[in-house]
Unconditional design. Structure first.
Length: 94
């Protein structure tokens, strides 16, 4: 399964009272300003999320969809003529 590491990253790099932008390749975080008067509510919905129940199909689908849109954008920008030729895997690389 091609899973992300957002939960693990923020659990290690998070700081009390700060919002973080998590980025990968290389892994890093940066503080993000929260507008005055806004708050984050973190809650447990108690809804199970069995990511491996379907062998990761639904979770991996999002990875494939994101890579596909990068290819479409690369093609529209003229930096890749075919899917095989597209060297970009994410929007940051593109």
């Amino acid at each position: 399964m091609q899973s992300g590491g957002m939960d693990q990253t923020i659990s290690v790099m998070g700081e009390l009272g700060k919002a973080k932008l998590v980025q990968f390749n290389p892994i890093r975080t940066e503080d993000v300003a929260i507008p005055v008067g806004y708050v984050f509510v973190v809650a447990n919905s108690l809804t199970p999320s069995p990511k491996l129940q379907h062998k990761g199909i639904k979770y991996n689908k999002r990875v494939v969809e994101c890579r596909f849109i990068v290819y479409i954008l690369a093609q529209k920008l003229g930096v890749a003529l075919s899917y095989k030729e597209c060297k970009f895997k994410n929007l940051l690389e593109l």
